[in-house]
Write a protein that binds this ligand. Structure first.
Ligand code: COA
Length: 416
């Protein structure tokens, strides 16, 4: 049994943030009806195209398990169809620019009138405030949410991260808001508005940096490399390079093959409890008891020397050998895996985290599967829909239109 079976989602999302959310709901078994503009659909269908004439990977990797309905919501017949769909569905999800749903005639007030049980969920760039009317994209959110100012090296510019914390991160937050609202609806019988602002989602993910901002008042952040290097702290959380955020010094170190392989590196944490084993592994047994190295505090001003010594050892091993040696010793390390390595990793295929999908236009391709595993509701990943693939099916089965009525709807230009 699928966990969200029976929940109908009217999916007005496009690009990445909203589709991430509705894809999760679909993986968990909700019936997600993706409403797309006739003729063009979600703009990502045609973005970053690798197979001419086929839906792009951008689209196909964000819209699994959904049905596609083309509907012009600015056409009078289209509006009437939408009103009927709103009455039938449990959740409406959208990530249009601020005000677009209202301009369409389907703001929260109208939707509540049509269906008081409806949960209306939105991604916006910013919450209420000076920037609420702005259109926002991934990297804008990373910058406005504090991620960019705290990412990168101290002597370099602010840096964005490849993880799409603004888009996909906010989609995850929104999905949690939706299932929470569905849960509350069991008690109250009525829906509610759910808003996930991208800036808020990024701030939530950057909380350790807000933690550090406040710790600055109590003195320098000793676990940051700049402390050991004698560089003064300013009045805001600085960029910390590859330092680990948890208070245990960690860095990215070269491994065997680094001269030619850009990912021949490992993350290495000098966790206090593992120090004696680290010293033995890297052949520095004297450091276990030497007062200059034996305690975390003593090491703080010697971190460059300590990591240089560890790196001299990691450079003699591959990143996988480092993992094999350190794991049994409880020394926390992590190989820097390339996307090629991830896409070829058997265990990720076995768990369904990476899946191979067949698509009628593009053939076989790799995609992410559901990253959250429910024991009683395993996610079966199905390919994304072609534009308007389910239009007639939805109009017939959900709204009961006859073939004659369908012909009239087609003529009106409301679908197509
Ligand atoms: N039928 C008729 N009109 C439709 C339609 C349909 N099925 N689907 C969309 N439209 C219309 C909308 O009503 C809107 O019209 P309006 O401007 O007259 O009100 C128009 O298409 C475009 O929507 P919009 O959201 O403004 O697209 P955009 O390309 O200008 O902006 C974003 C894109 C992502 C910047 C913007 O949607 C946004 O800021 N979204 C919120 C934050 C977000 O999710 N950002 C990350 C995206 S990954």
């Amino acid at each position: 049994m699928e966990a969200l079976k029976g929940i109908k989602v009217l999916d007005f999302t496009h690009v990445q943030s909203g589709p991430t959310c509705t894809q999760l709901l679909a993986w968990f078994g909700a019936d997600v009806i993706k409403v797309e503009r006739p003729g063009s659909g979600d703009p990502t269908r045609g973005q970053l195209v690798d197979v001419p004439g086929a839906d792009s990977l951008y689209f196909t990797m964000l819209n699994h398990n959904k049905r596609s309905l083309t509907l012009n919501t600015k056409n009078e017949t289209g509006k009437r169809i939408l009103q009927r769909l709103i009455k039938k569905c449990d959740v409406l999800v959208e990530n249009f620019a601020p005000g677009a749903m209202e301009r369409m005639g389907f703001g929260w007030e109208q939707i509540q009138k049509l269906n008081p049980r409806m949960i209306m969920a939105s991604v916006k760039g910013f919450g209420p405030g000076p920037y609420e009317d702005c259109k926002v994209y991934e990297n804008v959110a990373q910058c406005a949410g504090g991620a960019a100012s705290t990412t990168g090296f101290l002597d370099g510019p602010p840096t964005v991260t490849g993880a799409q914390i603004g888009d996909s991160g906010t989609g995850l937050h929104l999905a949690l808001g939706i299932v929470t609202a569905l849960y509350q609806r069991h008690e109250t019988g009525i829906g509610q508005r759910v808003l996930a602002a991208m800036q808020d989602g990024v701030i939530n993910l950057c909380r350790v940096k807000l933690r550090d901002q406040q710790r600055l008042a109590a003195g320098p952040l000793t676990e940051y490399s700049q402390y050991g290097e004698g560089i003064d702290f300013g009045d805001t959380t600085p960029r910390a390079g590859n330092d680990s955020g948890g208070g245990q010094p960690g860095r990215i170190l070269k491994c065997k093959g680094w001269e030619t392989d850009p990912n021949a590196y490992t993350y290495f944490i000098t966790q206090a409890a593992a120090w004696p084993k680290i010293c033995k592994a890297i052949n520095k047994p004297a450091w276990v008891d030497d007062p200059n190295y034996a305690t975390p505090n003593a090491r703080l001003t010697r971190l460059n020397e300590v990591f240089d010594a560890i790196e001299s050892w990691t450079m003699t091993k591959t990143k996988f050998e480092v993992m094999q040696i350190c794991n049994p010793l409880d020394i926390p390390v992590g190989p820097i895996l390339s996307m090629k390595e991830i896409s070829e990793e058997e265990s990720l295929r076995e768990t369904g985290t990476i899946v191979e999908i067949d698509h009628p236009e593009r053939g076989k391709y790799l995609s992410v599967g559901c990253p959250v595993k429910l024991s009683a509701s395993p996610a079966e990943v199905k390919r994304s829909p072609l534009l308007g693939e389910h239009t007639k099916e939805i109009l017939r089965s959900e709204l009961g239109y006859t073939d004659n009525e369908l012909d009239e709807i087609l003529e009106s230009g409301a679908v197509g």
